[in-house]
Design a protein around this ligand. Structure first.
Ligand code: ACO
Length: 330
């Protein structure tokens, strides 16, 4: 193992969305809501939902396969797999180990990383440390979620918000001045109960009471999370940009976690960033937690909005509470 410090960055980005589309009109048939309410309050028009037999590793694998192919990396070359998720297939084993097996990544270590919707940012920052230190050459990072499985489909306050999807990136050494330029990570566990799945862990194991009271589903104080999100998105992105001496004027693209159009609008205003520079797809996929940033990143690269050499700022927030940003030269 070498002790050199070298630059690390994304050699590729890819994503995978389940085919099944659930529109706001479909939701009108399930709960007391309307397309108009959902669009106005969230910006969401539709989201993707996995088939009944699919789970998180099933959508993580195709995103990972595509990311490896785009980076021209064989599965056997991968040193480490990090899966950021709050909806792993099981409490344990880690979904990363299941992905490792399915890919045939026989040399790779594997672990899951849980940082709410900020998971992908935490995973990129973590992966880059392994590569920068010289300890590893190739790390596969996946953000994958089946939030539909933790959604209470009788709760109109939350069921309209979430969707399923996956994104993946291959992290490798890059030329100096490329790749990850700076990052900022944060947490305020005092706000943990604002957004949580209360039961199913060691504090409140599954029992008749937890099931009867819907405690295995997502519960959220939407107004508090909204206020928190707008504040931390701006602050975190500014801290990360300051660490590498950049201002928002030098940034080609901002990729915020796709939770709510009003959160994205308010955060962009606070940062003084015009909406043309902000990547948005929450209208089509809803909130896919750890997957939202890589899905948006992949779409923006694929349609040419992000070009090689561009400075990109990814910024997330979520359960924990957590937040995080990374500044990358693509
Ligand atoms: N359809 C119709 N009416 C609804 C719906 C719905 N789907 N949901 C709530 N309402 C009603 C409420 O019952 C309430 O009615 P009442 O006044 O008669 O009690 C009214 O609408 C207003 O409810 P609020 O919760 O105050 O609505 P708000 O305007 O705050 O919007 C929302 C709620 C969309 C959740 C908003 O608070 C929000 O976006 N918060 C941020 C959430 C977020 O970003 N979460 C994810 C972040 S972390 C992560 O990604 C996991």
């Amino acid at each position: 193992m070498s002790s050199t410090v070298r630059s690390a960055g994304l050699a590729s980005i890819a994503s995978y969305l389940p085919e099944r589309v659930l529109t706001n009109y479909d939701l009108e048939k399930i709960v007391d809501t309307s397309d108009e309410w959902i669009r106005t309050r969230t910006g969401i028009a539709e989201r993707r939902i996995v088939d009944p037999q699919q789970c998180t590793s099933d959508i993580a694998v195709p995103a990972a396969v595509e990311a490896l192919e785009r980076a021209q990396v064989a599965a056997e070359e991968v040193d480490l797999i990090i899966v950021a998720t709050v909806t792993g297939d099981y409490v344990f084993p880690a979904t990363a180990s299941l992905v490792q097996d399915r890919l045939g990544a026989s040399r790779a270590g594997a672990f899951d990383l849980q940082a709410g919707c900020t998971g992908f940012i935490y995973a990129i920052a973590t992966a880059c440390q392994f590569v920068s230190s010289g300890a590893m050459d190739t790390v596969l990072v996946v953000g994958a979620e089946c939030l539909s499985r933790l959604t209470d489909w009788s709760d109109r306050k939350t069921c309209v918000l979430f969707g399923d999807g996956a994104g993946a990136a291959v992290i490798r050494p890059v030329e100096e001045g490329q790749g990850l330029l700076a990052f900022d990570l944060g947490s305020d566990g005092a706000g943990g109960s604002l957004l949580q799945v209360e039961a199913g862990g060691s504090k409140s194991p599954a029992c008749l009471d937890t099931i009867e009271n819907n405690k295995h589903f997502i519960s959220m104080n939407g107004n508090e999370v909204f206020r928190f999100a707008v504040k931390v998105i701006g602050e975190s992105a500014e801290r990360a940009m300051a660490k590498c001496g950049l201002t928002s004027a030098e940034v080609a693209c901002f990729i915020p976690h796709q939770a709510n159009m009003r959160v994205i609008d308010s955060a962009a205003k606070r940062l003084g960033v015009p909406m043309e520079k902000v990547i948005v797809n929450v209208d089509r996929y809803g909130n896919t937690s750890s997957a939202s940033i890589p899905i948006a990143f992949d779409e923006a690269v694929t349609d040419g909005r992000i070009k090689r050499g561009d400075i990109v700022v990814c910024v997330g927030f979520g359960a924990g509470l957590t937040w995080g940003s990374c500044v990358l030269r693509w």
